[in-house]
Write a protein that binds this ligand. Structure first.
Ligand SMILES: C[S@@+](CC[C@H](N)C(=O)[O-])C[C@H]1O[C@@H](n2cnc3c(N)ncnc32)[C@H](O)[C@@H]1O
Length: 225
């Protein structure tokens, strides 16, 4: 799986409006992925550490693939399934798999979580930095489609910027929201209560809310029985 670096750089600049570094082997290096990576990986490791060996864990919107492959290195007994809506990012996920030398990661696949269910049942799932940078309909689709592949008691982790009771958690998140909405009128920081209510409609119950660095939250839903 190879990509044209010039075309990829232009594609990323159009979406993110800044230059994104791409390593010579095709690995995309998003600054924000790296910045909060340790705290995010700690959450994921803690949550998945009691899963039985051989469990299958799905990531939606894997982006570059950096988070998933780092987690896979740390949890060799679990099989991880990277997916991404943007097919141009798949070569980067593939390059991160090779770079990390992990054997427990499935081939990355294109999946729009807003409109499609994953191809088979999994034991847990997570998504990072996406609910604010995609239309609300995609979050509705996220719960709808995950309800088809996550069984009773399965965990779903969602990380990102959220409002609480209609309030921004910081001035920087307010500015971020304005910027997002200028870029796409369907994007914007969501109220956690609205996300929770949507999850409830699809059988997901909000169990834990963790404060994370830079005014982000890691929220954990559990599929009811
Ligand atoms: C800000 S990036 C986050 C990437 C990665 N999770 C991370 O934290 O580094 C947002 C990603 O969400 C993906 N995305 C947005 N809507 C999606 C959808 N409906 N289905 C799958 N991927 C989607 C975009 O293609 C992009 O890669």
């Amino acid at each position: 799986m190879a990509s044209d670096p010039t075309a990829l750089a232009a594609h990323l600049k159009k979406y993110y409006r800044v230059d994104i570094p791409i390593a010579s082997d095709g690995r995309i290096e998003f600054a924000w992925t790296r910045r909060n990576s340790e705290a995010i990986l700690n959450q994921l490791r803690e949550r998945f550490k009691d899963l039985p060996a051989g469990s299958k864990v799905l990531e939606l919107a894997s982006g570059s693939g950096e988070h998933l492959t780092k987690l896979a290195q740390q949890m060799p007994n679990i099989t991880f399934y990277p997916t991404e809506g943007d097919s141009m990012l798949l070569p980067s996920i593939d390059a991160w798999i090779k770079y990390s030398n992990v054997q427990n990661v499935a081939e990355p696949t294109v999946l729009n979580f807003g409109t499609q269910a994953f191809s088979h049942p999994v034991d847990a799932a997570w998504v990072v930095n996406v609910t604010h940078i995609s239309p609300w309909a995609h979050t509705v689709g996220l719960f709808t489609n995950l309800a088809q592949v996550l069984g009773p008691n399965a965990w779903l982790g969602i990380y990102g910027a959220f409002n609480r009771n209609g309030q921004f958690s910081s001035p920087s998140n307010k500015d971020f929201d304005i910027d997002l909405r200028e870029r796409n009128s369907e994007w914007g920081i969501r109220d956690l209560e609205t996300v929770e209510a949507e999850g409830n409609k699809h059988g997901f119950v909000l169990k834990e809310v963790h404060e994370m660095p830079a005014n982000n939250l890691f929220v954990w839903f559990r599929r009811d029985t």
